[in-house]
Design a protein around this ligand. Structure first.
Ligand code: UD1
Ligand code: UDP
Length: 380
């Protein structure tokens, strides 16, 4: 079977490592993968670093689309991916998650009658003002095989008319839905081992285990709205003050840029001149895992990072009003606070008061990628 895999944004490049590893280790005689990089993310620390440290095969096609408005960026990707699909003639197209690269891949393939395989299908925030929600819904409804990481994802799809009982050959009109667990859990477990093998950023920054807080921010609703961004930074400063812990912020390029444009001069000065706050470049995955496994708590608006907090058994303050990963909130180890500084501090205090949290295996057994490869071979 020949598949074309579309990647482009940081989380997809990371996710691709799990499937490429499963193919190399167990299915190399049966599956050939052609990787297309849309170029949505292009800085070395948003793209290249993951290929080198996670052993991901180099893309055979680089579309170099770069940044732009949603329509402009997606249209360029759509055109580039269509050209690749016409020449590669794959048996299926594989996409991950919910970015513009995912959307472009799904639309390009479905119109060419190439089966779309969606990994991380079924997730919903039920907030259609998020670009990702539109991308996920559209992609799921263009898909022939939907691989769902969680039970909540299955329930979301059932509400939209998908069935778990499709019989016979899978097709766009008879899509098949499977709960497989989460390939990011596979990756976290696999690379946690490797990240312990060498000196990592937590050592370079002289961070003491369980005495620092890890924070990432990049969601457009937080970065591109002055009020939200200023509120979040005020909340972070307050949490740093009450916790007396170092706050480590690997800054997404979007966030660094928007902080310069939208933060008040006073907050800018406090943030950049603060001895207890370390603003660093985007981290590689091994560094990120090291930070996640050694910190005391995570504050984030990232989909991937909130889940990794759970994998590494850390409480998490989610800088959003909703999440697709509702299980971790329902379980009590994550709290949704939006961009509200009072709610951020309240959540922090609540986590300080209890340390009796549990982290049950909600995301599979660490072998989701193998299961997905097996199901692709069986159903396409
Ligand atoms: C995208 C995804 C989001 C995902 C995130 C992961 C969409 C609609 N959004 O958001 O779902 O959570 O990736 O990180 O697909 N930039 C650089 N260098 C880079 C990449 C980006 O400087 O290598 C800057 C540019 O100014 C760009 C901005 O970041 O305009 C935003 O990049 P973009 O890919 O459009 O969206 P993300 O916020 O990264
Ligand atoms: N990540 C990383 N370095 C960073 C921030 C995040 O390697 O500085 C990893 C993180 O560990 C997770 C993935 O990127 O695996 C999540 O991607 P991101 O937060 O960019 O997007 P989202 O998951 O919200 O779509």
């Amino acid at each position: 079977m020949k598949i074309v895999t579309i990647i482009g944004a940081r989380p997809q490049i990371i996710k691709a490592a799990a499937i490429s590893r499963a193919i190399a280790d167990h299915f190399s005689e049966h599956i050939t993968e052609v990787i297309v990089h849309t170029g949505q993310h292009y800085d070395d620390n948003m793209s290249e670093v993951f290929f080198s440290e996670m052993n991901i095969p180099r893309p055979q096609h680089q579309l170099s689309v770069g940044s732009g408005h949603h329509g402009e960026q997606t249209a360029k990707m759509l055109e580039g991916i269509e050209t690749v699909l016409l020449s590669e003639k794959p048996d299926a197209l594989l996409v991950y998650g919910d970015t513009n690269s995912t959307l472009a891949g799904a639309i390009a393939a479905v119109k060419l009658h190439i089966p779309v395989v969606h990994i991380e299908a079924g997730l919903r925030s039920y907030n259609k003002s998020m670009p990702e929600e539109i991308n996920r819904i559209t992609c799921d409804h263009c898909s022939t095989l939907l691989f769902v990481p969680t039970q909540q994802g299955i329930e979301n799809l059932l509400k939209e008319g998908f069935s778990l009982d499709a019989k016979g050959q899978a097709s766009i009109d008879r899509p098949k839905v499977f709960k497989t667990g989460d390939i990011m859990f596979d990756n976290s477990m696999y690379f946690a081992e490797k990240s312990r093998e060498s000196k990592r950023i937590a050592d370079v920054l002289h961070l003491q285990d369980k005495n620092f807080i890890l924070c990432t921010i990049h969601r457009d609703s937080n970065t591109d709205h002055a009020e939200n961004l200023n509120n979040i930074v005020q909340g972070l400063l307050r949490i740093q003050e009450v916790s007396e812990q170092t706050l480590v912020l690997p800054l997404h390029p979007r966030t660094r840029k928007k902080m310069t444009e939208l933060l008040s001069p006073e907050l800018m000065e406090q943030l950049y001149g603060h001895g207890g706050i370390k603003l660093i470049e985007p981290a590689g995955f091994l560094d990120m895992i090291s930070l996640e496994s050694r910190c005391s708590l995570v504050i984030t608006d990232s989909g991937g990072v909130q889940k990794e907090a759970f994998f590494f058994e850390k409480p998490c303050i989610i800088l959003r009003e909703q999440t697709e990963w509702v299980e971790i909130v329902e379980h009590g180890t994550a709290r949704l606070v939006g961009a509200n500084q009072a709610a951020m501090v309240e959540a922090f205090m609540a986590f300080q008061e209890s340390n009796s949290y549990t982290y049950p295996p909600l995301f599979g057994n660490g072998r989701a990628a193998e299961e997905i490869c097996r199901l692709m071979l069986e159903n396409l």
